[in-house]
Design a protein around this ligand. Structure first.
Ligand code: GLC
Length: 740
């Protein structure tokens, strides 16, 4: 191999001057061969852990040899101090000793898991969300991981898409605030600390708008919709220094996101000034052949690198073709070196050139293997993510006088399922994760007997377990029925065409309902489901998502009243899959339906009421809250001033509780049509019985601004409605006029 030592590199070395990172990067660059540069831009799955995508490379390949030859820059899905150290040792045998980056999907916790992300969003508690990522980063970094492929910040209005479980739901404002909280949590005191992780804003972009809610399917939308609804979380992530971006699998209006010059070069790297690097999603560069956008792997590599994707996860086309493409002048030295600089900057930022093993620390790994405080936090977070949808006759919280409680359902004794999708499997999960049965057993008074029956499987037609379930129900004072969808029925490549309970669960519900016993329905899911019959017939419904390691305890805390539920839905729940996408911040149309049953020459279905089964922002409590009418600092404003909006919220019940006070604005006339309302602020407030607090929001013209069809970001003078309440249907309104 030709020696690559330049005068520059020699000068630096001889000067012995304290080199800046940029100087050290330049010194490396001038020494690197094209093959080593392509290696730095290549990431492969480890051979030790699970695959998180389809097999791309048939047959064995010697990853250790690639590492020792400096032809592999990053490895994903390896997670232990020992294995990361071992691989790093091989990297230190390479000619230039450039350390490896270890990456993992740390999506909703690591050794301690938390609610699936859509459940976390239901907490509307940015502090809890940030703390959960702080814990996740501390634990993952203790296992040798440098970089998480999180946060996933895809907005989605489509419950058929399985990956809604991984995001923050349908609203751009809430999704953007949560994205920022997650990045703060992962970064902690800053990249370079050994409990901080590099972050990834994914999936760039508009992956959640796949046609038909079918994963990996095409996305086609106006640039206005893209910038207005789907890009804000990514723009905010770039502005706060997210470390990397990850391509989405989809094509966006005909161009695959992995080679989309507008998204990558124009918006991300030029307009937003993004200094991190872009990694493809699993094999997505090579998949451009399937897309019909690349003729072969070499064409795919050329298009992706030229468009601004810096690192190739798993498709191997960068390693294979970049040197050749460089020689043929089909990619420029400038673009190649820019991509390598971006990757090397992150490795320097982590301190890996000073000490490649600083994250591979067995003592820290042991310390965070079963961390009491982390588990306690998981229990709290789980209870704060649950949403009370119905509570007829205040059946909940369960009375301490109950003699017999029957817990029935396919999820009641599940342990690992509570991890939800995108959790990192560990051998002791079965022993550590608290089942619903265990949680209730631990929490019920000794005087209350807990009966149990499985009742049904999650899928299939077998009803042979019904008899035992009905018997348990007949012997009980109250039935807790735990139904839903399997934990692996939402997540990646888990799109569903139907949203009802699977298998014979609905029949089980009706069989138990026949006994006449009061029913508390627990719904376990990673997405909105359709359960209209249950909504009409059962007494209480709690949406319990998948809550993580302490699930059973979190659920028991809410059912028994130790915690008053405070969750609010981050997505609209459809009445039928036929209604999807259904979302609160829709346009009014020229023929709006004035009520759920209005169908006459209006935008409605002839066979279904209008509006969602449960609206965005909805959630009940064991107490009640009242709102005063809105107080405004002015009703007519002019120019660049601000408006003070306040309400007084009172806890009018007997139990302390938390309420998410939500601020919505409607722009009545715009340069383009405007949504019937948009979330512009929220505050979660704790109130003791009879306590009143004033909640104040400040509105500025920036909050009224939007993109028009020319992509001009500005606000319009005119009339606006201000709404403040406990969900997106609040009619607590006031009107203002704001002139320019
Ligand atoms: C998967 C996912 C992506 C994940 C990556 C690595 O296909 O789309 O979110 O980070 O591969 O596991």
């Amino acid at each position: 191999m030709k020696k690559y030592l330049s005068v520059l590199g020699l000068a630096f070395a001889m000067a012995g001057a304290q080199q800046t990172t940029e100087q050290r990067i330049e010194q490396l660059l001038v020494q690197m061969t094209p093959e080593e540069k392509a290696g730095q831009l290549s990431q492969l799955n480890s051979d030790w852990e699970d695959l998180t995508g389809p097999i791309v490379q048939k047959g064995k390949e010697d990853k250790v040899a690639l590492i020792r030859e400096g032809r592999l820059g990053s490895v994903l899905n390896v997670r232990s101090a020992a294995q990361t150290r071992m691989l790093q040792e091989h990297a230190m045998q390479s000619r230039l000793k450039i350390p490896l980056l270890f990456a993992q999907d740390v999506i909703h916790g690591f050794r301690t898991t938390f609610p699936v992300n859509l459940g976390q969003a239901a907490s509307w508690d940015l502090a809890l969300i940030e703390r959960s990522e702080r814990i996740a980063a501390t634990e993952a970094a203790a296992y040798g991981i440098h970089w998480t492929f999180a946060p996933m910040i895809d907005i989605s209005r489509d419950a058929r898409w399985g990956r809604v479980m991984e995001g923050s739901g349908e609203d751009t404002f809430l999704g953007t605030e949560i994205a920022k909280a997650r990045i703060r949590g992962f970064h902690g005191k800053g990249i370079g600390h050994t409990d901080a992780l590099l972050t990834t804003a994914k999936h760039y972009a508009a992956y959640g708008a796949a046609v038909g809610g079918r994963d990996y399917n095409s996305v086609d939308m106006s640039l206005r919709e893209l910038h207005q609804v789907y890009l804000p979380p990514f723009k905010a992530a770039a502005a706060m220094g997210v470390s990397t971006f990850m391509n989405a699998f989809n094509d966006l209006s005909g161009i695959p996101a992995s080679a989309h010059p507008y998204l990558l070069r124009e918006v991300l790297k030029k307009d937003w000034g993004f200094k991190g690097f872009v990694v493809s999603d699993w094999g997505s560069i090579g998949e451009m052949i399937n897309h019909g956008y690349a003729a072969n792997g070499k064409d795919a590599a050329q298009k992706a690198l030229n468009a601004g994707t810096d690192m190739d996860m798993e498709s191997r086309v960068y390693a294979q073709y970049l040197p050749e493409l460089l020689k043929e002048g089909k990619i420029s030295q400038k673009d190649l070196d820019d991509a390598v600089r971006r990757v090397l900057r992150m490795k320097f930022a982590l301190g890996l050139f000073e000490d490649p093993y600083r994250f591979s620390d067995l003592s820290r790994e042991k310390k965070y293997t079963n961390h009491k405080e982390h588990l306690e936090f998981s229990r709290e977070f789980g209870s704060k993510s649950m949403v009370l949808l119905k509570n007829k006759g205040n059946l909940l919280p369960l009375s301490k006088e109950l003699k017999n409680v029957a817990l029935i359902g396919p999820f009641a004794k599940e342990t690992v399922a509570n991890h939800g999708f995108w959790s990192v499997p560990f051998k002791d999960d079965k022993d550590r994760i608290v089942s619903q049965y265990e949680g209730l057993k631990n929490a019920l008074p000794k005087s209350t007997k807990l009966l149990y029956a499985k009742g049904a499987e999650v899928e299939g037609t077998d009803t042979s377990l019904f008899a035992e379930a009905v018997k348990a129900a007949e012997a009980a004072d109250v039935v807790v029925l735990s139904l839903g969808e399997g934990h692996a029925m939402s997540g990646e490549a888990k799109s569903r065409s139907m949203l009802e309970f699977t298998g014979v669960q609905q029949q089980l519900l009706e069989a138990v309902h026949q006994t006449g016993k009061p029913i508390v329905l627990l719904i376990n899911a990673g997405r909105p489901l359709v359960f209209n019959w249950a909504s009409e017939h059962v007494d209480a419904i709690v949406y319990s998502w998948w809550l993580g390691t302490e699930a059973g305890n979190s659920i028991a805390d809410v059912l028994l009243g130790k915690v008053n539920p405070s969750g609010k839905l981050p997505m609209s729940f459809p009445r039928s899959v036929g209604q999807v996408p259904v979302y609160y911040n829709h346009y009014n149309t020229g023929r709006p339906a004035s009520s759920p049953t209005n169908r006459n020459y209006v935008s409605a279905y002839i066979d279904l009421d209008n509006g969602p089964a449960y609206p965005f922002g909805y959630g009940l409590s064991y107490t009640t809250f009242s709102y005063t009418p809105i107080t405004l600092s002015a009703t007519t404003l002019k120019g660049n001033t601000s408006l003070r909006v306040s309400v007084k919220v009172t806890n009018t019940g007997k139990t302390a509780g938390e309420e998410v006070v939500q601020l919505y604005i409607r722009d009545l006339v715009g340069r383009v049509v405007r949504p019937v309302r948009e979330l512009k602020g929220f505050e979660k407030v704790h109130l003791n019985p009879s306590q009143t607090k004033e909640i104040v929001f400040t509105i500025t013209p920036e909050m009224l601004s939007f993109y028009d069809d020319q992509l001009v970001w500005d606000w319009d003078a005119g009339e606006f409605e201000i709404m403040v309440g406990g969900d997106s249907t609040t009619q607590n309104k006031a009107k203002i006029t704001w002139e320019k």
